[in-house]
Design a protein around this ligand. Structure first.
Ligand SMILES: Cc1cc2nc3c(=O)[nH]c(=O)nc-3n(C[C@H](O)[C@H](O)[C@H](O)COP(=O)(O)OP(=O)(O)OC[C@H]3O[C@@H](n4cnc5c(N)ncnc54)[C@H](O)[C@@H]3O)c2cc1C
Length: 697
């Protein structure tokens, strides 16, 4: 098996070295006996592993579900309960299975009004001061209807967040209450028809007019029309518009382009809701999903706004047109501006785990109930007893736990960053949020298809939710930063840290492991440990983490060498592109190392023995499944010997089986609210009765 993008861990330059090293190891193994410190009774060392597994299957782990869910529970369950209670009490605000685009948009706005004005939940108050609480609300709201979660995110995190994070006190004073109570509905207008990921390429202009003390907003050509803007087609009254700041100069050029800045632009009349002069709004139309969100396109023709509408935290224009900033370059200001917007990314990573929990829960509960075939003359068996079904769903369940702890950690770091504004933490959270957002949303998107398939034909009934979950979640991979582009930021950051390390610099928190790994892991793999295949060793967190980190370190070192080599002939851009797949694999590998480290910590910190044992089980499955997934990479550098690879595979299957035995308890511990079990195939008892009722029998 190869790693997903081939095996960039082994570079062209390393091939001949590797072949020689392997020959030496092989010879060495003929001379010296295999050394293992592992217990002889280990299952994976026995001749007949299948038989051994069968013997051990009688032992089922006892899981204290209450203790486990208590450990998993977020701090903000109470506010989530409030969200669920409100929507449960209001059937008129629940989204039906079949609904037109226009009705859905209207309902979504009414849901948001209901949440804020009737239930009295005010998400905006937490955006800056208690982000963990804000994300908890977003998760709950998103599971009522994902369109509502995104609509709320546009209003509070994007439009509201841009005002309070990129603006200054005058903006907060003027806009906070209106945004909070939904009088000032708004949009975040960054993307243009010609430029999405490349934000520095935006073409909309904001030209300062010193005579009238105003900025003039213009769309210079159709490629600069703002596109995909949430809340724009129907409900928004304002937009934060990202535009190039153009200032008059007294030289021959006449004007100076100061780079992309953010401006508050009113787009509809506060009383009549009519589109304002100079603003043209079109509807982006019916989408693949998220049709409760009204995405629109905006064109500006000489729209005048007061100078005060520049969100001036990182750069300001004085009355006389003079520009001031505490940051010295356009790039630094651009970096600081985007840095303030990572909250949306953190929210998406967190919400994506919520979707994964729902989807895995529906598929696993159904797989436990559903029976097909069986031994001759015996009752049919649950489909979750098939090894193939376990293979589809149990590593996914383990991954869900892994991502839960990783995103909780991300939210903690983000909250800390918001309080301290510590520079290193800002850089760390930026890379971590980019990495986790892209890694988790890609995984969830794939898993939704696996879950649908795992539920057979009934998974295809809209009432069972996979269709809407899949369609609504799919775009998580693209907005708030395209995943492929974000992973490159992670790789870029790793390379920067790598370079700094060799210049004697310090490493930020998340990369700390590289400090030791560069020295220890880059040596040739130890031929002795490469053969250890005992269960105790394979389930040792040290082995697992070492394996993940070893892979990342090798990838980092080898891509640095390749970039260096290719830059000489192709230049920086060409060399980066030549190594792009390698760089993406590096970023994913690093993120997996962080996820595993956080999972291991979570297991260690759990004090209740039965919950701890359950977590240890899923943590081991997560780690070994990932190692097995990249076994070709590990084999290519002789990090694991052939028999060890086999042992890893056997143990992964065995752990999947063990997890299957406690799968019900493990999904119950997510404590998902009633709306999840509203997918009839996920009913915990009497699924068919519920299902037949739904279709009208
Ligand atoms: C439903 C929805 C809601 C949205 N809401 C908003 C909103 O409210 N406000 C807003 O401003 N925007 C919004 N967007 C826009 C969204 O943020 C952009 O679509 C996103 O940033 C990606 O940009 P793009 O579509 O131009 O894709 P592109 O950047 O053109 O990417 C297309 C493909 O090219 C690849 N690619 C691009 N650059 C590179 C590279 N350097 N290396 C390798 N591959 C690359 C990408 O991986 C991708 O596969 C929304 C979009 C949608 C669909």
């Amino acid at each position: 098996m190869e790693s997903r993008r081939g095996n960039p861990m082994t570079t062209e330059e390393e091939y001949s070295d590797l072949a020689a090293t392997r020959r030496i190891h092989r010879l060495n193994s003929h001379i010296s006996p295999i050394v293992t410190t592992q217990p002889a009774t280990s299952v994976v060392q026995t001749e007949n592993c299948a038989a051994a597994v069968a013997v051990r299957t009688t032992k089922k782990l006892e899981v204290n579900g209450q203790a486990l869910s208590l450990y998993m529970k977020g701090k903000h369950m109470d506010i989530q309960e409030k969200v669920y209670e409100f929507f449960n009490s209001r059937p008129d605000l629940q989204t039906p299975i079949e609904i037109s685009k226009d009705d859905h948009r209207d309902l979504c706005m009414r849901q948001l009004y209901g949440l804020v004005r009737e239930a009295g939940i005010r998400p905006f108050r937490y955006v800056a001061d208690d982000p963990a609480k804000y994300f908890a609300i977003m998760e709950a709201v998103g599971s009522v209807d994902m369109s509502l979660g995104i609509k709320m995110g546009v209003q509070y995190s994007l439009w509201g967040g841009s005002v309070i994070n990129l603006g200054t006190k005058k903006h907060r004073d003027k806009y906070f209450d209106g945004i909070d109570n939904l009088d000032y509905t708004g949009c975040f207008a960054m993307t243009e028809l010609h430029h999405g990921s490349n934000v520095q390429g935006l073409q909309t202009t904001a030209t300062f007019d010193p005579i009238k003390d105003e900025f003039v907003i213009d769309t210079p050509h159709d490629g600069a029309i703002k596109w995909w803007i949430g809340n724009a087609a129907v409900h928004g009254k304002f937009a934060t518009v990202f535009a190039r700041l153009i200032l008059p100069t007294h030289d021959t050029k006449g004007v100076s382009d100061m780079g992309v800045h953010a401006f508050i632009v009113p787009i509809r009349d506060m009383k009549t809701h009519q589109t304002l002069p100079g603003v043209e709004i079109q509807d982006c139309g019916h989408k693949v999903g998220l049709n409760g969100v009204d995405n629109g396109a905006l064109r500006f023709s000489s729209v005048r706004i007061p100078r005060d509408n520049l969100l001036n935290r990182f750069g300001d224009v004085a009355r006389d047109g003079k520009y001031t900033s505490s940051l010295p370059t356009i790039n630094k200001r651009f970096g600081a501006t985007l840095g303030e917007l990572v909250g949306g990314r953190v929210g998406l990573a967190y919400a994506s785990v919520g979707v994964l929990k729902i989807s895995a829960t529906i598929a696993i509960r159904y797989s436990l109930l559903r029976q097909q075939f069986g031994p001759p003359k015996q009752p049919e068996v649950s489909i979750l007893d098939y090894q193939s079904q376990q293979h589809k769903l149990m590593p996914m369940l383990a991954s869900t736990y892994a991502y839960h702890f990783a995103t909780v950690y991300l939210v903690e770091k983000y909250s800390e960053m918001k309080k301290t504004h510590d520079e290193q933490l800002v850089a760390d959270v930026h890379a971590l949020s980019a990495g986790l957002k892209s890694y988790v949303t890609s995984y969830t998107a794939k898993s939704l298809s696996v879950c649908r398939e795992a539920c057979g034909g009934h998974g295809y009934a809209a009432v069972n939710r996979f269709g809407s979950l899949r369609n609504d979640h799919d775009i998580f991979q693209t907005f708030e930063g395209d995943n492929t582009v974000l992973l490159q930021q992670v790789a870029g950051d790793l390379l920067k840290q790598y370079k700094e390390k060799f210049q004697g610099g310090t490493l930020t928190v998340t990369w700390n492991y590289l400090r030791e790994s560069m020295n220890t892991y880059l040596a040739q793999p130890n031929p002795v440990t490469a053969r250890w295949e005992g269960e105790e060793h394979l389930r040792d967190p040290k082995f697992q983490l070492d394996a993940f980190r070893y892979r990342t370190s090798r990838l980092l070192q080898s891509v640095a060498l390749r970039l260096n080599k290719h830059t000489k002939t192709l230049g920086t851009f060409g060399a980066w592109n030549r190594c792009l797949n390698h760089l993406l694999t590096l970023a994913e590998s690093h993120i997996e190392s962080v996820i595993l480290a956080k999972f291991i910590e979570a297991v260690q910190n759990c004090s209740e023995p039965s919950a701890k044992a359950a977590l240890k089980l899923v943590c081991d499955l997560y780690a070994l499944d990932r190692i097995w997934g990249d076994i070709g990479t590990y084999r290519n550098v002789d990090y694991v010997a052939p028999n060890k690879a086999k042992a890893i595979h056997k143990l992964t299957e065995y752990l999947s089986f063990q997890v299957r035995n406690v799968a019900k308890e493990l999904v119950d511990a997510f404590e998902l609210p009633d709306h999840v079990t509203r997918a009839p195939i996920a009913m915990q008892s009497d699924a068919y009765a519920q299902y037949t009722q739904v279709v009208g029998f």
